[in-house]
Ligand binder design. Sequence first.
Ligand code: ZN
Ligand code: ZN
Length: 54
Amino acid sequence: MTARDRCTSCNATLAEPGSTWFPCPVCGYEINRCHRCREQSIEYVCPKCGFRGP
Ligand SMILES: [Zn+2]
Ligand SMILES: [Zn+2]
């Protein structure tokens, strides 16, 4: 299990279906989101550049 397998917002593991990932719009860093954070629109902070997004 690496850092890439964890939700960027809540640090939950992404073993459950419905999780997603996308590149940071600023720096392209891989942002992971679990299904729960996606449904609740929890904001994320890019660990690389500090960008905040919905
Ligand atoms: Zn999450
Ligand atoms: Zn970034």
